[in-house]
Design a protein around this ligand. Sequence first.
Ligand code: 9MJ
Length: 707
Amino acid sequence: MTPATAPAARIADLRRRLDDANHRYYVLDDPDIPDAEYDRLLRELQELEAAHPEFADPSSPTARVGSVPAGKFAEVRHAVPMLSLANAFADEEVAEFVARIGRETGDAEPAFSLEPKLDGLAISLRYEDGVFVRGATRGDGATGEDVTANLRTVRTVPLRLRGKPPAVLEVRGEVYMPKAAFERWNEVARARGEKPMANPRNGAAGSLRQLDPRITAQRPLAFYAYALGEVVLGQGAGATLPPTHSQTLAWLRELGFPVSAEVDVARGVDGLLAYYRRIGDRRNALPFDIDGVVYKLDRYDQQRAMGFVSRAPRWAIAHKFPAQEEATVVESIEVNVGRTGAVTPWVLMQPVQVGGVTVTRATLHNADQVARLDVRNGDTVIVRRAGDVIPEVVRVIEDRRPLDRKGQPLHAPYQLPMECPVCGSAIEREEGEVVARCSGGLFCPAQRVQALFHFASRRAMDIEGLGERFITALVEFDYVHTVADLYRLTVDDFVEMKRRADEQAGVVPETVKAGKIATKWAENLVAGIDASRNTTLDRVLYALGIRDVGESTAKTLARHFGSLDPIMAADEEALRQVPDIGPVVAARIAHFFAEPHNRDVIAALRAPYDGKAGVHWPEGAPRRASEGPLSGQTVVLTGGLAAMSRDEAGARLEALGAKVSGSVSKKTSFVVAGEAAGSKLAKAQELGVEVWDEARLLAYLAGHEGA
Ligand code: 9MJ
């Protein structure tokens, strides 16, 4: 707002924009501004209305959190209104909240229940005599939509309660889509050329509002409980409610409701803020999207003393994290060429803070996605950054597309280039494939850079210090064509390469100004390269960058054949005999080793040079699955283990006869899921495959090893 704007005009403008946004969000399920922008506009309006009570209006968006139900489902009146929460963004607001409660309750340091704030869809579940009878969305807080049939399909919604439930129990909570399930869903959708979901929240909302519950049933939704609605206790044992919210959550858990494992209790502003930071630090590692944490005064008698304002309790507040979605403007659309030639379109954008990080690039994934989004130069787009996932463009705000004088879009729809921007080779897209590829192979410097980068990476040859910047320069100045050339580089080569790169960039390093030449870094790099000469077969196989040969397949191959020559000699048929290697991967491996150029590179890698040994590894005898208590069982390891590395766990399971595989399928016997397990765990749950935690693995190993 410019200071010159009159408050009345600004208030009217904000109300119109918020009404509009509300309608699109709640009724059309097609939001057009990011939540963070909505929050900012709402706060601005709240502040203006507070400063100018003369403009009060009962139909202002501030007086109505939410909006009318879409009307496709039957209406449900909530016996007890579903509350919303006041928001806090700054630590000071939390301090004010705590101080106010201290003043009004007369309790100097009251206890608070602390909860992560899930970013899903608020719902209410009604149980009569312990049986789930109705589920409704929040709607406008007073009236929601009856989505009972859809909620029954959500695995984490209990259909019958355990223990001694009261006669009537309404439980409120959030339906959400776990991040891993969301990512997997979108991966599959994109691979099929279908429309991906914008974010987990939209995924959950869209899934729950399906008129056909069978469609909802296929969506990976989950639920977690955090509040009570109407309760009629009835007779008998347990005919009283716990006196605090945190005890209620524990009680809900006993009744069979999922309650977040992250809930906690603390006192004082410092305790609350420490929780905020602790959860904030773990935000990316949590299996679900959160947009903040919630502080709730723990004692019910104190809650009653505080009461409510409009539809929000005065005894609770949501402390929000930086938003994960923001709007910004596209400056240009570019493409990247990856190791396998895959062409990935992405946008360069005006810098924007997303989730507390400045973002200037976001991926568009592939040509289909570009066409679906219709992203053009100059467009205002919504970018989303969540966890470790690369920021992505989720939609275009079409109303903000730049127009020419005739009111037509200034820019035409974007087309992927026909030629590789790096090497000029044709870009091709195979029938039925979503991904377009540069046909230049290792002739293409971009593919060479990526291939070298992969080769040198930690889990491949692990060449210390050889990062993308050096590799780019090595390729650009023609020092290396193939991975084998790395082993022929000298300290002088690196120093000379650096000099040329500095010269090109117009940089004069301090050492050069002082008339000296720094060589220590180059010596270290050569030492790093030399150290990688002594390696293992599975690392070499992985490092070669054969399409679809990841670490797990490389290990399988190394174990099965024991040495490189029989792998290079194996035909497709022989490769298909290897456990876990299917026809597509078998064909890729056979083609790779049949290619004379690749055989030359491998020969050059193994050849000694200038008095130094070539790349070498211990070769062993072929080892087929061993006999043991796990013979015939296929196991998948995922997530981090505390007691040992995944590699070690795999080796120990193999020693007991198990086959360790990299991907979960119906044939998987069980999955061992460690800390922060992601899509593999989700897949196992989806397929009903047995899941072991680390404790169970350790107990099993203890009971069977050396037996
Ligand atoms: C979420 N979204 O996780 C509440 N919420 O309590 C938690 N929401 C809430 N509590 C009262 N943890 C109204 C809303």
